[in-house]
Design a protein around this ligand. Structure first.
Ligand SMILES: Nc1ncnc2c1ncn2[C@@H]1O[C@H](COP(=O)(O)OP(=O)(O)OP(=O)(O)O)[C@@H](O)[C@H]1O
Length: 317
């Protein structure tokens, strides 16, 4: 399967809510078939608005979205039938049983009944034993599992997960990620929003960062980390220093740990990292090392840096 084929095309998408609040500003985004795309952003960035528009729950104010070629406004039914959405909030009828909830959901999308498929779905989500329980009798975690089953009941090609692991326990979180991987292996395209950067780092093929209604970037996870990641050289000293040695003045070196560690931050992309020069300069000054390690900045640091920069640019404008 080609991973570069676009399955969802978003162009110039804008949203102004009735209150006059502009939640999205001309977003362009191409989602590739079969990928896991993580949308990261702080609270109120516009992540839910973006996915709600693609899923046909919120009307766009401007721009265009197609899902597998179908326009989400003109060909609403066809576009929507390709999508499963696991929303942030519980939306089930509490008086229905688990089984009724999933069969109804499948039927709503015009799919013929398929007991075997729904049974395997409920088994995968550890819900089979609960199939005859009413929704109101389930724990919060179980209700979440039902939301996932409901989203998958019509065998969608694309699955949206809106903050799927916010407030869920470790077990459900693990199950959820296992399920996401299995679905990806079956060719399902997965878009998830999250505040948990570690999750994006672990799961996603590509990462989009949204801030204040703008998509700041979409990039392959590995490329993002390589391009924006700073590396650090951590030098533990034999003897603590009271001040930075003159030979390293003007370099991006800091003295930490009560003077017992020097940290040199450099651009991992650069051909000339300056590591050799730095170590030679220190040696010339008679500074002895106990240990030297290097580390790569985490996605979290990259993300915080990006959002910080974009907020600063805005306040200057
Ligand atoms: N129906 C609405 N009417 C007016 N403003 C809204 C409406 N829904 C969302 N907003 C505003 O739009 C902005 C984006 O909200 P959205 O829910 O898309 O953000 P988010 O990135 O998903 O945030 P979170 O991570 O907190 O879920 C917020 O400032 C929110 O208050």
């Amino acid at each position: 399967m080609s991973t570069s084929e676009t399955v969802i095309a978003v162009s110039g998408l804008g949203k102004v809510y009735q209150s006059g609040f502009q939640a999205l500003k001309s977003v362009d985004l191409q989602i590739r078939r079969g990928e896991i795309l993580a949308l990261l952003g702080p609270n109120g960035a516009g992540k839910t608005t973006l996915i709600s528009i693609i899923c046909g729950i919120v009307n766009p104010s401007s721009g265009k979205v197609t899902v597998d070629g179908y326009d989400i406004t003109r060909d609403y039914r066809r576009a929507r039938s390709l999508i499963g959405l696991v929303p942030q909030e519980l939306t089930n009828n509490l008086f229905d049983t688990v089984w009724a909830t999933v069969t109804l959901s499948r039927g709503l999308f015009g799919k013929p009944p398929n007991r075997a498929y729904l049974e395997s779905l409920l088994r995968d989500l550890s819900l089979w034993d609960k199939r005859n329980e009413k929704m109101m009798a389930l724990s919060g975690g179980m209700k979440r599992r039902v939301l996932i089953a409901k989203a998958l009941a019509h065998e969608p090609q694309i699955l949206f997960l809106d903050e799927p692991t916010a407030g869920v326990d470790v077990e459900l979180r693990r199950d959820m990620w296992a399920m996401v991987r299995t679905l990806r292996d079956k060719g399902v395209t997965i878009i998830l929003t999250t505040h948990y950067i570690e999750e994006a780092e672990e799961m996603a093929d590509r990462i989009g960062v949204i801030n204040r209604g703008e998509l700041l970037l979409v990039e392959d996870k590995a490329v993002l980390m390589r391009q924006l990641g700073k590396r650090q050289l951590i030098i533990q000293l034999q003897q603590p220093l009271t001040a930075l040695p003159a030979a390293v003045a003007g370099k991006t070196v800091e003295l930490t740990d009560n003077g017992s560690t020097l940290v040199y931050t450099f651009d991992a992309q650069c051909e000339q990292t300056g590591v050799g020069d730095l170590l030679r300069a220190l040696a010339r000054e008679g500074v002895e090392f106990k240990d030297v390690n290097s580390s790569q900045s985490s996605l979290e640091e990259i993300f915080v840096g990006l959002v910080h920069d974009s907020n600063q640019q805005r306040s200057r404008a």
